[in-house]
Design a protein around this ligand. Structure first.
Ligand SMILES: Nc1nc2c(ncn2[C@@H]2O[C@H](COP(=O)(O)OP(=O)(O)O)[C@@H](O)[C@H]2O)c(=O)[nH]1
Ligand SMILES: [Mg+2]
Length: 212
């Protein structure tokens, strides 16, 4: 898949305020600083794209990007949304801000009709973190399928990354029955980009307009 164009569209305070659910949508969530915006930039091959969503005041919002792609030169182009969700685990936030974040993201994740896949980003430099496992547990309770993306794999050697991935898988299997698909990425080396785009391309084919 070739990304032809990607642009920032809008930042929304709630699922109701999001753009019409008329295109397949892919959302990214994880701790603040895990690399969500960097991954979106890597997918779009535009280093400046997701910076908009890092602007003060926009960090608590649902940030939509519109992407146009092509799978081959003679196929018609496709349009889909990338969504940069506000991160969790930001220590300086108050209890009430965290509660707001929880309500907004839960409603977005469980109610957005065109959400084809949620990507849960995990920092590959660390052994399993409680906050990530708790969030994965919530997704399991809400019965939301997701794909795990390990970020920053350029920062550690392959053995360490593999050990962290294995430990995370083992921790997940203690709380859920099946393992999600897992993809290793680096925004520095641009690795894993093809795998994520391949998955998105396949899911784009499955997209059907939701009933009103
Ligand atoms: N080495 C390396 N640094 C990364 C990678 N992804 C993100 N970063 C850095 O991690 C920091 C947080 O990234 P950002 O995308 O803003 O995280 P977000 O808060 O989840 O959106 C920034 O300084 C990025 O440059 C990666 O794959 N490799
Ligand atoms: Mg960000």
């Amino acid at each position: 898949m070739d990304v032809i164009k990607a642009q920032y569209l809008i930042s929304s305070p709630s699922v109701e305020k999001c753009p019409p659910a008329d295109k397949p949508e892919y959302a990214f969530i994880g701790r603040s600083n895990v690399g969500k915006s960097s991954l979106i930039n890597t997918l779009a091959m535009n280093e400046k794209l997701a910076r908009t969503s890092n602007a003060p005041g926009k960090t608590q919002l649902i940030n939509h990007f519109l992407v146009q792609s092509k799978t081959s030169t003679d196929s018609p182009g496709e349009e889909w949304y990338l969504v940069d969700l506000p991160g969790y685990g930001f220590a300086k936030r108050s209890q009430s801000t965290r509660r707001e974040w929880g309500k907004m993201t839960e409603r977005y994740i469980t109610q957005r009709p065109n959400l084809m896949q949620l990507f849960l980003l995990i920092d590959s430099r660390h052994s399993p973190q409680q906050i990530d496992l708790e969030f994965a547990q919530k997704l399991y309770e809400w019965q939301i399928g997701y794909t795990v993306i390990f970020t920053k794999t350029d920062k550690e050697n392959q053995r360490t990354v593999a050990a962290h991935m294995r430990a995370f898988s083992e921790a997940l299997l203690k709380q859920q029955q099946f393992l999600p698909q897992m993809i290793l990425t680096s925004a520095v080396k641009k690795s894993g980009r093809g795998k994520v785009l391949q998955l998105i391309g396949a899911l784009n084919q499955e997209f059907r307009h939701p009933l009103p």
